[in-house]
Design a protein around this ligand. Sequence first.
Ligand code: DP6
Length: 363
Amino acid sequence: MSSTNDDESSPIWMATVSAPTNIACIKYWGKKDAKWNTPTNDSVSVTLDQKDLRAVTTAAASIKFEKDRLWLNGEEEVGASDSKRFRACVDGVKALAADPSKWKDLKIHVSSYNTFPTAAGLASSAAGYAALVAALAELMSAKETYQGQLTTIARQGSGSACRSLYGGFVAWKAGSAEVSTEGGTPWADSMAVQIADENHWPELRAVIMVVSDEKKDTSSTAGMSTSVATSTLLQHRIAKVVPERMASIEKAFLEKDFESFGELTMKDSNQFHSVCADTYPPIFYMNDVSRTIVRIVHAYNKWAGETRVAYTYDAGPNAVLYTLEKYVVEVGALMAHYFPSPATATTAAAADGYFNDSTFAND
Ligand code: DP6
């Protein structure tokens, strides 16, 4: 945290934090409590490399500021600071501040940049809200009274954001819908936990194929709410499929078993998009190019006689391909052959997260 010294009597306190995006292998899709964003099922994701896909956020506080304000990619989002999501993050972190009385009456200015398309299904909200909560926590030297409190705050911004607070392989345990607010700070058993850190599987890579950078027409929040109300496949997924897959994929990741990890990741992406198709009216996030990439991946793995690359798609048409370092060039060349213009964008590895930053120990 730093302060500008132009006016000693009313300094501007500032902190800048960068948070990576995360891409789920077992998808979160459905809320059992909309206020706290408590999910209907466990999910698990890989936190991507800080360098490539991230949100960089500065939070500033001063008695000089008249109201809370938010800028996104350089443009002010008028009214956004009154939104339920933003308020939950700001007020939630204020309650955990080392000295709450210092920050109580100060207004907050937030400026955030994404290094990738916003709202195109590349988990920009995950990085954005994780960076917001992390920047505020840094600014106010917030400390968790109970493990998982900052993840409870971040998930109110966007559910998937809670996983971006950690690096490596991160599960979000659904827990129960109850949240205790005893003592003024929330605590719940629904929280993000690190399964393996970013050093566990350094050969793992993600290749991002930006199929479209347009904003999606059905937001995740609206889409999953309709799925919960109408999809019977989602109910089967919650009760039967996800619990089994969570156990298997955690084992595969810990054993660095790419064959199983890749297969489970692809099957879960396919089921998530099947749930979208089973939603009434149906939701379509993938497009023809997305489906062509699926076919190429399966043909390539069949030719190789093993799973060398695995696709996954969030709420948008863009592909994230997990592979191993030794196949990155081959996978990149394969995709460049079919999509000669600039589709293949970035490679990134499992990365560090906020809680591994030495400036803020998770104590
Ligand atoms: C398909 O976290 O964006 O990416 O909690 O309503 O803000 P809200 O939804 P959000 O949904 C992410 C859905 C997903 C799967 C995942 O990341 O697990």
